[in-house]
Structure formats: structure tokens, C-alpha cells
Design a protein around this ligand. Sequence first.
Ligand SMILES: C[S@@+](CC[C@H](N)C(=O)[O-])C[C@H]1O[C@@H](n2cnc3c(N)ncnc32)[C@H](O)[C@@H]1O
Length: 269
Amino acid sequence: MINDRELEILINEVYENYGYDFSGYSMASFKRRVDRLYQLDGFTNFPAFLEKIIDDSDYFSRMVEEITVNITEMFRDPHFYNILRNEILPVLATKPFIRLWHAGCSTGEEVYSMAILLKEADLLHKSLLYATDISPMVLEVARKGVFPLRMMKQYSENYMASGGKKDFSHYYTANYGLAKFGEDLSSKMVFSQHNLVSDRSFNEFDLILCRNVLIYFDKDLQERALHLFDDSLSKLGYLALGSKETIKFTSMQKRYKQFEKEKIWRKTN
Ligand SMILES: C[S@@+](CC[C@H](N)C(=O)[O-])C[C@H]1O[C@@H](n2cnc3c(N)ncnc32)[C@H](O)[C@@H]1O
């Protein structure tokens, strides 16, 4: 186990050497994850662990993957997707072009779910889905659009609960235990690395989804990320967060109106 002083040294060294600033992450869970990696890889002293991280950039990528939580699923919280399908997409449909940003997209299941909704609403052809994450490894998986076939039963149930009417297998090709989603969906996606702590706004969006990411940040960092989203949202644009996240009690609250008790807010004039 590494102690608090060592954790502080690690955070500073990572920032100095790679420019990744983890100082605003919720420390208890961050420390748990660093400890887990330390033990998993059989380190017995902190200097050796630190040296490996600093000298070996591949190992640093592994560290980023291990300390960020990448759990995700398709049509996660089906009711949320039901609201998107029935309440939000009909409003976005009036626009000539729809830009969406999935911030912290992990391995892409959320982005493919969104593309399916857009396709069913006949909006995919005029949409662009930007999907970003801090971790290059999860983005590689997301780009391929290939997910374990064993998950499809659960995803199909989520899809139906979100109001989906088709046979879910219509969207993928099954092969050797894997489900490959169609290029008609992925052709509208742009994946790239983006760090919510240090990178800036890069476009203007009609809908930003940042679900189950802010939960790992402390209050200051959450506030910073919300400002970034505010700068990146068009007038009357929508912001969607995860079920345990909120903009309540932040400086953004008064400029946004919450939508139907779901974790969706609309920017007001
Ligand atoms: C739990 S996953 C959420 C995935 C998806 N949005 C969902 O709700 O199913 C959290 C993701 O946030 C990413 N993440 C963590 N810190 C980040 C940062 N500073 N900038 C961008 N992404 C970050 C992680 O790499 C991880 O893929």
C-alpha cells in the first residue's frame, strides 16, 4: 500500500512528466485504484513503482486505464434513453445539423446506443457524434465497435425498455463470441482523446452527454468541467449527466432548467 505522501509525489510526477493532472480526483477512490495496481503488478516499494510509471509510457497508459473506471453498457438506464428518444430528439430534429459530444465515452457503448436512437428517428444522416475520453486504450475499443456477444441479451433488454421496437440483432453481426456493430452507425462518429481536466472546448454542441464521469472528480474539478460544457453548448442546448450526478449547488444551476426529473438540463437564454 502506498501512503498519502507517496500518492502526492506520484500525482506531481505524473503531472510533470505527462501533463495529466489527477489532483482534482476524489482521493479515496483514486488511492484505492492506485493501491490495486501497485499490488496487482507485484510492486513492493514505491520508488520502483514510480520509476516504472515515469520511464515507461506504455505502463503509464496501463496506469491510466486502471485508475479510471471504464464500466459502461449499452442503453444504460433505459428510462434516460426513453426520454432522449421521445422528448429531446424531436426538438433536435428541427435543426439542420445536430452535433453531440460524449465526454468520457469509455469503450463506446453509450455512443453506439445514441447512434441507434438517431437512426431510428431518421436523424443519423444529419448528426455528428464526437466521442472523447482521457484513455487511449478505451478509445481503441470504441473505434472498432466490437463488443462481447454475451452482453447482447442484456443490451437487447435495455434497448426494448428504452422504447426500441426492432430486433436488436439487426444492428450487429455475430462472429466468434463478438458482436460487430454496423458501419452505418460508426461512420457518423469521431473518436479522439480529450482530457476534461486540461483540454479546452473544441466545438459547439446541441447535446453533451457526460455520464458517470464527474462522480470521480472533487467539487472544484466538477465545477471546472461544467464550465467547459457550458462553453461548449449551443443556446438552448442539453446537458446529460449520470444518475448520481447533478448541477445542483453549482454556479451553473441558475442558468439551466432540469428536464422531467431525469439528469438532463437545458441551457436557458
Ligand atoms: C464510468 S466511465 C463512463 C462511461 C459512459 N459515459 C457511461 O456512462 O456508461 C468513465 C469514463 O470517464 C473517463 N475519464 C476519467 N477521467 C477523465 C478525464 N479527465 N477526461 C476525460 N475522460 C475521463 C474514464 O477513462 C472512463 O472511460
